[in-house]
Design a protein around this ligand. Structure first.
Ligand SMILES: Nc1ncnc2c1ncn2[C@@H]1O[C@H](COP(=O)(O)OP(=O)(O)OP(=O)(O)O)[C@@H](O)[C@H]1O
Ligand SMILES: O=P(O)(O)OC[C@H]1O[C@H](OP(=O)(O)OP(=O)(O)O)[C@H](O)[C@@H]1O
Ligand SMILES: O=C(O)c1cccnc1
Length: 487
C-alpha cells in the first residue's frame, strides 16, 4: 500500500537531525568527538524520584543503527544529494555509551546517559534516544507511585487496550513491571520479556452466556484458577452469591482464587463482598479491584478500609494520565576543536535550571556509611575521584549557600559502561532483576524523598570543580556572545 518498507529505525528521527548531519559532513567536522548528556530537568507527577527504564531498547537501537536501502531511496526522493546519501549508507554507531542501569533511581539534572561519539552519530541518535527514555522512564515512575500505595499487594497491568498503540502497550507494560507491578494481562509482553501474565474475564463473557451462573460454570470447566467478575448485573445481590454458589458446587475441582469488582463504590462493595465470602468459608479468596484506578484512588480506598487484596490498573498507568511527558533533553556538553582538543560547551538560559552543565562528567551516589542512606548525588568532572576524598562539600548548584560537608561515605558510580567504541560490553539483566534492583535502590533513600505527596527535594549537587567549570563557561559564553541573554 505504501511505497517504502519500514525496515530500519534510522529515520525514526526529526528531519533537522539529517540536515544538521549533512552540514557536519559537508564541513568535515562530522568525525569530531562529541559528548552529549541525556537528562530530564523536573521530576514527573510531583514525585520525589524517578525510575530509569529503556536501556535495553536503546542498546538494540544503537547496535542495529543503519540506513536501509529504502531509507536511502526515500532520502534521495526528498532531494538529498547522492554523495551524502552514499556516506549515510556506511553510518553505524561507533561511539561510547555510559548509562545508569535500568531500575536506577534517578533525579533531575543528572546525566542518565552519556554519549561520546563522532558528532554525526551522536546527533543522529538524539530523537530516538529521547523517544525511548522519555516514555519508559515516565511509565516506570508512574507505576512505582502506585506500588508505593499497594505495598505488598499485587498490581496487574491491564492497560494495553488504552495505551497509545502497540509499542506503547508492549514497552509500557515492561516499564510498569520495572516500576513494581506484579505482572500483566498482555500476553505478547509475557512472551517477549518473560513477565508473569494473568487474567480474569470480562463482562462480555457473562453477557454472552446471559447469566452469571452459566458463565462462571463454563469458565471453571476449562480454568482451574478462577477469578470471577461479579459486577455485571448486581455485585452483592447476584455476582458474589453466584460466585460462591459455583465455587461450592465445584469444590475440589477449581481453586476459587478471587472475585473482581470493576464498578460502583469499590470500598463499600469490597467490604460487603468480604463478609459474604468469609461467611461462606472462603477466607483466602481474594478481592480484586479495577476501574480507572490510580495511586490517589487506591490510597483513598485504603483509607476507607476497602477490603481489596489485589489491583488491576490500566489507563492511568500506561498513559501516565496526569503527566503525559517527562521532558528529558539531550545536550552537547563537550566537543573536539580544530586542534583535536576537547572543549566544553554550554547552553545559556535566563532560567538557571536550563543552563547546561559543561564537560565530560560522572554521577555518584554518596552513601553515608553509618546510616546506609544516600546523602545525595554528586556530579563531577570525569577526572575527579571522589572515592579518594575524605570529605566532600556538597552544595546546591543554584543556591550555593545550601550545603553540607560529608565524611565517612561510600561512593557509588551510577554509570556503567554499556557500549565501548560501538561494541556492546554490558549484559542486560532480566526484567525481574531490574525490578528488584529498583526496589533495593529505593532502600537507600530516606522516607522523606519517597512520599508521594510533596516529597523533600533530593540533593543533586555539582562538585566544586564542576561548578567552577560551569561558571567559567558562562563567563566565556558571555564574552564571546555580546547578545547573550544572561546579564
Ligand atoms: N469508594 C470509592 N472511593 C473513591 N473512589 C472510588 C470509590 N469507588 C470507586 N471509585 C472510583 O470512582 C471512579 C468512578 O466510579 P463510578 O462508580 O462513578 O463509575 P463506574 O462504576 O465506572 O460506572 P460504570 O457502571 O459506568 O462503570 C472510578 O475511578 C473508581 O475507581
Ligand atoms: O480501568 P482501567 O484502569 O483502564 O483498567 C482496564 C479496564 O479494562 C477493562 O474494562 P473494559 O470496560 O474495557 O472491559 P470489560 O468489559 O472487560 O470491563 C477492565 O474491566 C478494566 O476496568
Ligand atoms: O484480566 C483481566 O481482568 C483484564 C485484562 C485487561 C483489561 N481488563 C481486565
Amino acid at each position: 500500500m505504501y511505497k517504502y518498507m519500514d525496515d530500519s529505525f534510522a529515520l525514526h528521527t526529526d528531519l533537522y537531525q539529517i540536515n544538521m548531519a549533512e552540514s557536519y559532513w559537508e564541513d568535515n567536522i562530522h568525525t569530531k568527538n562529541a559528548v552529549f548528556d541525556l537528562y530530564f530537568r523536573k521530576l514527573p507527577f510531583g514525585n520525589g524520584f524517578a525510575i530509569f527504564a529503556g536501556l535495553e531498547r536503546i542498546i538494540d537501537y544503537l547496535q542495529t543503527f543503519h540506513f536501509s536501502e529504502s531509507d536511502l531511496e526515500y532520502l534521495r526522493e526528498l532531494g538529498y544529494k547522492k554523495d551524502y546519501i552514499e556516506f549515510l549508507r556506511s553510518v553505524r554507531f561507533t561511539g561510547n555509551v555510559r548509562a545508569m542501569k535500568e531500575g536506577e533511581i534517578v533525579f533531575g539534572n543528572e546525566p542518565i546517559l552519556r554519549i561520546e561519539a563522532p558528532l554525526i552519530e551522536a546527533q543522529l541518535i538524539e530523537t530516538g534516544l529521547l523517544n525511548i527514555v522519555n516514555y519508559h522512564t515516565l511509565i516506570a515512575t508512574k507505576a512505582s507511585r502506585m506500588k508505593q500505595v499497594a505495598g505488598d499487594q499485587p498490581i496487574s497491568e491491564f492497560g494495553t487496550r488504552r495505551a497509545h498503540e502497540f509499542d506503547a502497550a508492549l514497552w509500557g507494560t515492561r516499564a510498569a513491571y520495572i516500576g513494581g507491578f506484579s505482572g500483566t494481562s498482555n500476553v505478547r509482553a509475557g512472551k517477549r520479556f518473560g513477565l508473569p501474565v494473568s487474567g480474569t474475564h470480562s463482562h462480555s463473557f457473562v453477557q454472552a452466556y446471559r447469566d452469571e451462573y452459566t458463565a462462571f460454570h463454563k469458565y471453571a470447566k476449562r480454568h482451574k484458577n478462577c477469578v470471577f467478575l461479579v459486577d455485571t448485573y448486581d455485585t452483592l445481590k447476584s455476582g458474589v452469591p453466584t460466585a460462591i454458589e459455583v465455587a461450592k458446587e465445584l469444590a475440589g475441582t477449581i481453586h476459587f482464587e478471587g472475585i473482581r469488582i470493576d464498578s460502583g463504590d469499590l470500598a463499600f462493595l469490597s467490604k460487603e463482598a468480604r463478609k459474604l465470602l468469609d461467611q461462606a468459608g472462603f477466607l483466602d479468596t481474594k478481592i480484586f479491584a479495577s476501574n480507572d484506578l490510580d495511586e490517589y484512588t487506591m490510597m483513598n480506598l485504603k483509607a476507607q478500609g476497602a477490603k481489596i487484596d489485589a489491583w488491576g490498573v490500566g489507563t492511568k498507568a500506561i498513559t501516565a494520565f496526569d503527566q503525559p511527558a517527562l521532558g528529558a533533553v539531550y545536550k552537547l556538553v563537550s566537543i573536539e576543536n580544530e586542534n583535536g582538543q576537547m572543549i566544553d560547551t554550554i547552553k545559556i538560559s535566563a532560567s538557571p535550571e536550563k543552563v547546561t552543565t559543561p564537560g565530560l562528567k560522572n554521577v555518584y551516589r554518596i552513601i553515608n556509611n553509618h546510616t546506609k542512606k544516600s546523602e545525595g548525588d554528586y556530579i563531577t568532572l570525569s577526572f575527579e575521584q571522589p572515592e579518594k576524598e575524605v570529605g566532600l562539600h556538597m552544595f546546591h548548584p543554584v543556591y550555593t549557600y545550601i550545603g553540607k560537608f560529608v565524611t565517612n561515605f561510600t561512593v557509588k558510580d551510577l554509570h556503567e559502561d554499556i557500549i565501548d567504541h560501538g561494541a556492546l560490553v554490558y549484559k542486560s539483566p532480566s526484567v525481574q532483576e531490574i525490578q528488584s534492583y529498583a526496589q533495593q535502590q529505593l532502600n537507600l533513600l530516606w522516607e522523606e524523598y519517597k512520599r508521594s505527596l510533596h516529597p523533600a527535594e533530593y540533593p543533586v549537587n555539582l562538585s566544586q570543580a564542576c561548578w567552577d567549570n560551569k561558571m567559567k563557561n558562562i563567563e566565556e559564553a558571555k564574552k564571546h556572545n555580546r547578545k547573550s541573554v544572561l546579564v
